[in-house]
Design a protein around this ligand. Structure first.
Ligand code: IPE
Ligand code: IPE
Ligand code: MG
Length: 250
């Protein structure tokens, strides 16, 4: 049975040609801890399983034609978790940066890290820079991995950089407008997310893309992230395609 269900998922393909796809999808990859707890496993087992889901869903997003995918992997607040959980997450990030991400070369995926890299160990920072460098000339989907990302922190950083640039005469205060602010964020040059998916059933944004999500459509799903399947992404895309986006108009 397990064989069948895995095989079914591997061969999964959906006809999404009739629907309007979002250009930029954000995913708050939540529910790893609860997935593990329900199985009587340590939380880190949930994170390992969640990392596999990340690999599968990222590749699938690229296959179906999503142009930008932003995944929330570790927030500025997640450092408050018990030290052994943080340590196991860092170990997992390291092994992904060493192996899994290089797999994305066959999928033509451009990898970027959004968030404050300076809090990570030197070797992790180096791996992030290498992954960004080696993928930057690809032409496929842009994958933003939000690590040590917090949107309030991102906005504070943007305000400081704007102030510094005004002081140095690079810009003047009359240049400050919405598009300039967008260009001081980590997502500079990218379209705002059209759709944010949050698995695990939580109805909150948890400091993710506060500025960029002004008119984003939200889809909350009851699946925990390690259980998230390609068919769940199809469902979220279909729900999105039926939304009427008005941007304050009529
Ligand atoms: C998301 O899963 C992963 C990270 C925040 C790093 P959680 O670890 O938050 O899982 P739950 O929400 O406790 O189930
Ligand atoms: C949001 O999940 C951050 C990530 C998924 C990386 P959390 O589990 O940290 O959020 P809260 O604590 O439920 O708001
Ligand atoms: Mg959580």
């Amino acid at each position: 049975m397990a064989f069948f269900s895995r095989n079914k998922e591997e061969n999964h393909s959906a006809d999404l040609s009739d629907i309007q796809l979002p250009v930029h999808v954000g995913i708050i990859m939540d529910g790893n801890g609860r997935w593990a707890k329900r199985r009587g496993l340590p939380r880190k087992a949930g994170h390992s399983e969640g990392a596999k889901t990340f690999r599968k869903i990222t590749r699938y997003c690229s296959e179906v034609g999503i142009k930008y995918l932003t995944v929330y992997a570790f927030s500025t607040e997640n450092w408050k978790r018990p030290q052994d959980e943080v340590n196991s997450l860092m170990k997992l990030f390291k092994s992904y940066l060493e192996e899994a991400l290089s797999d994305f070369k066959d999928d033509d995926i451009i990898v970027k890290f959004i968030g404050d890299k300076s809090h990570f160990t030197e070797d992790l920072q180096q791996l992030m820079i290498e992954n960004e460098g080696s993928s930057k000339n690809r032409s496929g989907m842009v994958l933003n991995i939000a690590m040590n990302y917090g949107s309030r922190d991102e906005i504070v950083r943007a305000v400081k950089n704007i102030c510094a640039d005004v002081k140095q005469g690079k810009i003047s205060d009359s240049d400050i407008n919405e598009s300039l602010i967008s260009n001081y964020l980590y997502t500079a040059g990218q379209p705002d997310p059209d759709l944010i998916i949050r698995p695990s059933g939580e109805y909150r944004i948890s400091n993710f893309m506060l500025w960029q999500a002004a008119y984003t459509e939200f889809v909350i799903m009851n699946k925990l992230w390690p259980d998230f399947q390609k068919s769940d992404l199809d469902e979220a895309l279909r729900i999105y395609s039926h939304r009427s986006r008005r941007y304050g108009g009529v």
